[in-house]
Design a protein around this ligand. Structure first.
Ligand code: FMN
Length: 359
């Protein structure tokens, strides 16, 4: 059996049955209240089979945070019963259920903010975003904690704080997006203050359940000249690790991508971050371009991650993890845009987006 099928015990004692994770993927398919639909659950169910972790789609923590039509909500206690359907569906497949907690920041849909307006660390005229106020910052920190508590009440095994992909938390870390002059902007220490406060809030909200898994997903570098570098990311990772979350998940297009700036450019980002986390007890999840079981097994064998996450490979192959286990790779497929939603057991709204992702 490949080592990727070995179980993993997190630093809080929670156990994942293997090292394969479904990457968080937005499906645009919740109802207008942000509640799970039958087609969303039908899409999740087969894909939770055989995976150790299933990280559910980016889910809004408050009315100011929705960046997608059909985004799931964890904004009020009324959402708990609906979130429970997602957790139950994942558990029926056998994976641990992790809910990704999300705030879109300047990428939020203005129409979805219930009149509150789009907020970002600093105003951005192009995005029609205004500067988030200190009171809203404090409220948002509390809202992440409340959303985590709702995920716990709904039966999820953990939450992943979405600090990646250009959304609010990353916008705070980024000198490109964050031009604040208060304690949340300027120095690196100040730029990390908000994301770290979010982690603190989530940990405090979940402290009654010591086996609850808390992860943090981040994008390690930005392409902008004044964007996030590996130097910033290493500082963030060190500060996160000091708080002993269960894992850190690096959002990458390519698992083997090398550092661009602020660290050894001859080494992969994951190799560098693996070294940074050595001895901390915090697991590292890597992702990016692992489209076949063979590629996932090979990536895991590099030894730089505790989990390999799979995105498009799971969209194309709902039975991806089962094929890793039985070694039959003969029917593994890629997304073929001449096919249709039903062929891949995907909600139609998710299928409509495939041309954006498959090039
Ligand atoms: C349809 C789709 C939706 C995605 N939605 C999210 C999301 O909600 N949250 C997130 O952190 N990443 C999201 N991603 C990024 C994936 O988690 C993953 O990092 C990326 O697809 C690279 O992995 P892959 O090459 O295995 O697909 C999404 C990707 C796809 C294809």
């Amino acid at each position: 059996m490949p080592e990727i099928l070995d179980s993993y015990t997190f630093n809080n004692g929670a156990v994942a049955k293997n090292r394969l994770a479904v990457a968080p993927m937005t499906h645009w398919s919740s109802d207008p209240q942000g509640h799970a639909t039958a087609e969303e659950l039908a899409y999740i169910r087969p894909r939770a089979e055989g995976f150790g972790l299933f990280i559910a789609a980016a889910t809004a923590v408050n009315a100011q945070s929705r960046a997608f039509v059909g985004e799931p909500n964890a904004c009020t206690d009324g959402d708990i019963a609906h979130l429970k359907k997602v957790a139950d569906t994942i558990h029926a497949g056998g994976a641990l259920a992790i809910l990704q907690l999300h705030h879109g920041g300047k990428e939020t849909l203005a129409d979805a903010t219930e009149g509150l307006g789009v907020v970002a660390p600093s105003a951005d005229a192009e995005k029609n975003a205004r500067e988030i106020t200190p009171a809203e910052i404090r409220q948002t920190i509390a809202d992440f904690g409340a959303a985590a508590r709702r995920a716990m009440a709904a039966g999820f095994d953990g939450v992943e704080i979405h600090g990646a992909n250009n959304y609010l938390l990353q916008q705070f870390v980024s000198p490109h997006h964050n031009h604040r002059t208060d304690e949340y902007g300027g120095s690196l220490e100040n730029r990390l203050r908000f994301p770290l406060a979010v982690l603190d809030s989530v940990q405090a909200a979940c402290q009654d359940n010591p086996r609850f898994i808390i992860g943090y997903r981040l994008t390690p570098e930005e392409a902008f000249e004044d964007g996030i570098t590996m130097t910033d990311t290493l500082a963030l990772v060190e500060a996160l690790a000091r708080r002993k979350p269960q894992y850190i998940h690096i959002s990458l297009q390519g698992f083997y991508n090398k550092a661009r700036r602020g660290a050894d450019e001859n080494r992969t980002r994951l190799d560098i971050l693996h070294e940074a986390l050595a001895g901390t007890g915090v697991a590292l999840i890597g992702v990016g371009g692992l489209r076949t079981p063979a590629q996932a097994i090979e990536a895991f064998r590099t030894g730089v991650v505790e989990f390999a996450a799979i995105g498009l490979g799971v969209l194309a192959n709902p039975d991806f993890a089962l094929r890793v286990a039985d070694g039959d790779f003969s029917r593994i497929r890629e997304i073929d845009l001449t096919q249709n939603a039903a062929f891949y057991q995907m909600p139609p709204k998710l299928w409509e987006k495939m041309p954006w992702f498959v090039r």
